[in-house]
Write a protein that binds this ligand. Structure first.
Ligand code: HEM
Length: 412
């Protein structure tokens, strides 16, 4: 039986690994190491709280006076206002605190409606078909094909372009610019060179979006950008918030879904019985996707700053404390999900926290669900065999769980 000191040592080592790239392939034992000490663990080294208990994460996410940790970390840099990449990041919906967040979220929800998402279903099916055709064609000679490059990346980009009204031929260019920009998000470690590149990318991205806004102002269409431009015309949205919201929606629309698709395929290949079960029972699709989000949580967590003193899990947390809400860890909490490491596509233990919770609950959750519910069954049923060939490459960025490359050999 390890002593309390040994357990704390393991917990600190786990925190260090989770916070330093490369992100481990299997981070789940690290969350367990933290939970073994406390579901709300106060790190003496980081002077912060790491929360891995499902109930505690759910409650904290819903507490009203919690501020965004990425915002707090970004404005700690004295010259942040001189960098457009940081200024525009701080206009992203997810980084705003109330009351600004409340007003903008309500406006975003008024254009990002369930019916707007439902209307997309036909287009999403067509886009999925298109990317699976390319995958099948490239795989037909028997050579390995990269699932990330051919499907998991471009498919969500194409879907978010369709929803927003970004011309499809510009999707992958915006994607590259967005990748340069997001390197400086969240106040994590980045070099001055990366910051300069992020500023350049932000400038270029702004230019493209400004052109789009001009187009839609002149000729509105049935897309989300037209809806947001109309809000500016009506005086309910500022030009800078239009830019912050549109660019963030674009990025939020692909980054995570890409990870969900690649991790899900890999997880299914590691759990062949469940793969077979899904192929034989197409009606389990909705619960299968929920379970894959729980099991492979694409965003590992989020950081908050306590806006007031809090009491949770037997702890008094002082105002201004940094709190890591480790949603990936909470999604494997055995107190909520019995035998949590087991993939069970029809599991019904309750809602996962993969989309966060409370005021910042993922605005695109239903879109992400629909994208996965369309592409995953289409993919597993299209190919008679799916095998990994070569070495899959995990993403190294901390906080994200997915692949950079997933080479597959596919049977007709
Ligand atoms: C599997 C895919 C996805 C996952 C796992 C995911 C996860 C999350 C999480 C955990 C948050 C909360 C972040 C926080 O509290 O700090 C969030 C927020 C958000 N997500 Fe997603 N997301 C996904 C897909 C999408 C898509 C497709 C969109 C579409 C544009 C989207 C739009 C947003 C927006 C706008 C927010 C900010 C909401 C706010 O701050 O009020 N997400 N997402």
């Amino acid at each position: 039986m390890p002593s309390q000191e040994e357990l704390i040592e393991e917990a600190e080592a786990a925190l260090a690994k989770l916070g330093t790239p490369p992100m481990p392939v299997d981070p789940y034992p690290l969350y367990e190491a933290l939970r073994r000490v406390d579901r709300v663990y106060r790190s003496p080294v980081l002077q912060a709280y790491a929360v891995t208990g499902y109930e505690e994460v759910s409650q904290l996410a819903k507490m009203p006076n919690m501020k965004n940790g990425g915002r707090a970390a970004t404005i700690r840099r004295e010259d942040w206002e001189e960098h457009d990449s940081l200024r525009l990041f701080l206009r992203a919906l997810v980084t705003l605190d109330p009351p600004e967040h409340t007003a903008l979220r309500s406006l975003a929800s008024s254009v990002f409606t369930p019916s707007a998402i439902k209307r997309l279903r036909g287009s999403i099916e067509k886009i999925a078909e298109q990317y699976l055709d390319v995958l099948a064609e490239q795989a037909s000679g028997g050579a390995p094909v990269d699932l990330v490059k051919l499907v998991a990346s471009p498919y969500p980009v194409a879907v978010i372009c369709e929803l927003l009204g970004v011309p499809s031929e510009k999707g992958m260019l915006f994607y590259e610019l967005a990748n340069d920009w997001t390197r400086v998000w969240g106040g994590g470690a980045y070099t001055e060179e990366e910051l300069a590149r992020a500023d350049e990318a932000t400038k270029e991205l702004r230019g493209h979006f400004e052109e789009l806004f001009r187009d839609r102002r002149a000729q509105p269409r049935e897309d989300l950008i037209s809806g947001l431009v109309a809000e500016v015309e009506a005086g309910r949205l500022s030009d800078e918030d239009l830019m912050g919201l549109s660019t963030f929606l674009f990025i939020a629309g692909f980054e995570t879904t890409t990870n969900l698709i690649s991790t899900s395929v890999w997880t299914l290949l590691e759990n062949r019985d469940e793969l077979k079960r899904w192929r034989e029972n197409p009606d389990i699709t909705a619960s299968a996707v929920e379970e894959l989000i729980r099991h492979g949580t694409p965003i590992s967590g989020t950081v908050r700053l306590a806006g007031e003193p809090l009491h949770i899990g037997g702890h008094d947390i002082p105002e201004n404390s940094l709190i890591f809400l480790m949603t990936a860890g909470a999604n494997r909490d055995p107190a909520q999900f019995p035998d949590p490491d087991r993939l069970d596509l029809t599991r019904n233990d309750g809602a996962h926290v993969g989309f966060g919770g409370g005021a910042h609950y993922c605005l695109g959750a239903n879109l992400a669900r629909m994208e996965a519910q369309v592409i995953l069954p289409a993919l597993i049923n299209r190919f008679s065999t799916i095998e990994i060939e070569g070495t899959p490459q995990w993403r190294t960025a901390t906080g994200l769980h997915g692949f950079d490359h997933l080479p597959l050999v596919l049977g007709k």
